[in-house]
Write a protein that binds this ligand. Sequence first.
Ligand code: KG4
Ligand code: ZN
Length: 345
Amino acid sequence: MLVLGIESTCDETACAVVRNGRSILSNIVASQIDLHQEYGGVVPELACRRHIDLIIPVIDQALSEAQVHLKDIDLIAVAYGPGLIGALLIGLSAAKAMALSMQKPFIGINHVEAHLYAALMSQTEEVQFPCLGVVISGGHTAMVLMKKLGDYELIGQTVDDAIGEAFDKVAKLLGLPYPGGPQIERLALKGNAHRYPFKAGQVKGKPLDFSFSGLKTAVLYTLRGKSSHELQIEPFSEQDRCDIAASFQRAALEDVVKKTLIAAEQFKTQTLVLGGGVTNNEYLRGLFAHECQGKQRLIWPSFGLSLDNAAMIAGLGYYRYQIQGNGDSMDLEPLVRIPFNQAPP
Ligand code: KG4
Ligand code: ZN
């Protein structure tokens, strides 16, 4: 079965062609980083306009790289949320229009679920469920008990900033360009991660929830002092900035590892499935590898599938179509938020 996937939830316009849920024939991602960099974050209105310009060329390119025609496609899968409403509308409308005109089924995919599927997609060895899913991206931070594909229970999530968002905001405070995650990681390589005693937040009564906004504020106070309104980037040496980046990164990522391992013990899972852009971080991969030796199997997304992409949407679309037994109706609306608890139909 050939599935065409479309992704436009935030600032990537992406299209991919995937055979039978796994074999990637093309995976085109048009990033908008250049557009949003001067603002230090995604500007929704600009993102939407860029999606409109790029969606058709990106679809054309995905088809031509896969060396298939639209008429060869059996199913169209599209991320219908969570994300920016205007951005979602563009991908969803394109998918509906193609499905209608070609008389093909189409299916709406939860972008966060697809980040978890991205890791599974790269696996050649069989995966034993239940697994613990951990999504750490620019827009989402969530832990999910994966009973099997399509059957999930949300067990923890952020109550304020997503972890990638915290990386991006701290990077901005340090005068680094967007997206901040890779920049912080680069600076942190030269820094002392224990110089500043930063800590991620704990949520009262919810030990598996996350909170990163206090951590971000602690960095802000370190940079400007509690009383001043101006950031004082100058008095800090290059080494100070590296130490701040390293200490922030340690605090944020140790918190993810700690809570993940508590959850794995509580829910008696032995496989961790990780997804989202922050999984690119080598310090995080090292922490998990060190803490999990022999105790947990770690499943990371392969290169090209960690950041937003449409191959994960097409891949999951194939499985969702089998689970549902049919496509979605043309009434499907984009959703800014999607509750993650999902049982099979
Ligand atoms: O999964 P993704 O493409 O977008 C969302 O679905 O939100 O993730 C993008 C996020 C950005 O916040 C970016 O700063 C972060 O992933 N990121 C990283 C690294 N690479 C990307 N964060 C920390 N370390 C990295 N190496
Ligand atoms: Zn994403």
